[in-house]
Design a protein around this ligand. Structure first.
Ligand code: GDP
Ligand code: MG
Length: 469
């Protein structure tokens, strides 16, 4: 037996394509504000590991359901004949070219697809839908009604009364709000539709759950790699002797910040890719805290740990004093004022943005000087990077593929970020894992350290989505 096929049918503009996009995890499904974006059936398989779990067919909406039903009723002889009459309806009008939408949407159903009938529960029920439902009943195929709500109003109960008479299963399903758990619940409904499909649906449920875990694991590693790379980042600039260093320093600082931002963008793309959000636009608004660059002071105050919490992790001394730069033989190193100001105790060293990393100057043997920035020495940096990544992850991993609006990243309210709500013991463990990543020079051990950090992050991701922490 083939994996099940479901034809998503209904009136125009009720969210059929949106439901297909959500269920097939496909953000390329065409959805438009104006009606009639779907004229011909479009097939969207849900694949995991290139295996098709089930297939959804997006269909044009019913256009002339009453006429079509009238045609069928004229030819009705007995209930047993009804599905044949529907087939006859399609065949005969192939010749005349009439009822193009009805023919198109009925064809896969007559070929054996299950029916997912979509209505908009924010609009009142009206008898004009009865012809559509009656035609679907005549096909005799397994069918479920889905009450989508496009607007704010709630007419779900009256719809339910009507739908219950035509469909064995009636479920609310909001295409835009459908996160993973909601989709999974719907699949449990699919199990009830037809006995023979049950093993396929069960397999789909298992595959989706396994895939969900894989994505979370890989996201955690992507975040750990980002933080690891950011912490290790150093940049060099050659500067001639006898010139003012200041402009070179500013340039180098700007390049450093840009490189950190770029590394963050790379991680965001990776996570979005894992969750199959291939066309997502992130809002880079100046006002939005999280999409602001990493260096906005207000972000630094809001995300990451509080000063007290940082101190409580107990590992700061090592972080601030350690790290640093291997000096070339004969090179003279000057710690800049910014660095000294950023030593333990200085407020700018805790939360400020000036002393993200140390800048050093070396004399070069063949003349000229080498300006070097990095590695990161601000202990708050990694926590902020983590908080920002958690926020992004929570939104992306729960986002319905039906949505076409921009992803707007904003921390909730005036609260501190998620990491500052963690118990001290867990913050300490994470700080220890971060320290290991920061210090490990051997590539194999560095990989172990990142894997270990990723394990800790995975727990954070799980809770970021379930809302606990
Ligand atoms: N707010 C909201 N809008 C929705 C939802 N589902 C669909 N829409 C919107 O309703 C319109 C029609 O959706 P579409 O899926 O193209 O309907 P179709 O013609 O039945 O395929 C689009 O503008 C969608 O963005 C939903 O769950 N919430
Ligand atoms: Mg459509």
């Amino acid at each position: 037996m083939e994996p099940p096929v479901f034809a998503v049918v209904g009136h125009v503009n009720k969210g059929k394509s949106s439901i297909v996009a959500a269920l097939a995890e496909d953000d390329s499904v065409p959805i438009a504000r104006q009606a009639r974006t779907t004229r011909a059936n479009q097939i969207f398989p849900l694949r995991v590991d290139s295996r098709t779990l089930f297939t959804l067919i997006d269909t044009p909406g019913f256009e002339q359901a009453r006429h079509a039903l009238a045609w069928m009723r004229e030819r009705e002889t007995s209930a047993a004949e009804r599905s044949n009459i529907v087939a006859e309806f399609v065949r005969q009008h192939e010749q005349t070219g009439e009822f193009p939408e009805e023919r198109e949407l009925l064809r896969p159903i007559l070929d054996g697809a299950g029916i997912l009938y979509v209505v908009d529960g924010s609009r009142p029920f009206s008898p004009r839908y009865e012809a559509e439902m009656e035609i679907l009943r005549w096909t005799g195929r397994p069918r479920m009604a889905m009450i989508n709500r496009i607007g704010e109003r709630d007419h779900v109960e009256e719809w339910r009364q009507a739908l219950d008479q035509y469909f064995s299963l009636v479920r609310p399903f909001n295409a835009h709000a459908a996160d993973f758990q909601i989709r999974l619940q719907l699949l449990y409904g699919f199990r009830e539709l037809r006995e023979e499909w049950r093993p396929f649906v069960d397999e789909a449920i298992h595959a989706l759950e396994a895939e969900r875990e894989r994505r979370r694991r890989r996201s955690a590693r992507a975040i750990a790699d980002m933080v690891g790379d950011q912490l290790a980042l150093t940049l060099d600039k050659r500067v001639p002797d006898e010139v003012d260093l200041a402009p070179f320093r500013r340039q180098l600082e700007e390049q450093y910040r840009e490189a950190l931002r770029q590394r963050e963008r790379k991680e965001r793309d990776e996570v979005e890719d894992l969750y199959q959000h291939r066309r997502l636009r992130r809002q880079e608004s100046e006002l939005s805290l999280v999409t602001d660059d990493l260096f906005d002071e207000t972000v630094w105050l809001r995300l990451g740990l509080t000063r007290k919490q940082l101190a409580a992790t107990g590992l700061l001394g090592g972080v601030l004093v350690g790290g640093g730069i291997d000096l070339a033989a004969g090179g003279a190193t000057f710690l800049t004022g910014a660095l000294i100001g950023g030593a333990i105790g200085g407020v700018s060293g805790w939360l400020g943005t000036r002393s993200l990393a140390k800048i050093s100057i070396q004399g070069l043997r063949l003349g000229g000087r080498l300006l070097r920035i990095g590695p990161m020495r601000n202990p708050q940096f990694a926590w902020i990077a983590l908080d920002r990544a958690l926020l992004h992850y929570a939104l992306v991993s729960q986002r319905s593929h039906a949505r076409r609006d921009e992803l707007v990243l904003e921390p909730d309210g005036k609260q501190q970020g998620r990491t500052s709500q963690l118990p001290l013991s867990e913050r300490r463990e994470i700080e220890a894992a971060l320290t290991r990543v920061r210090k490990e020079k051997d590539p194999d051990f560095q990989d172990d350290a990142r894997e270990d950090l990723a394990g800790k992050i995975e727990g954070l991701l799980e809770r970021a989505v379930s809302g606990k922490g």
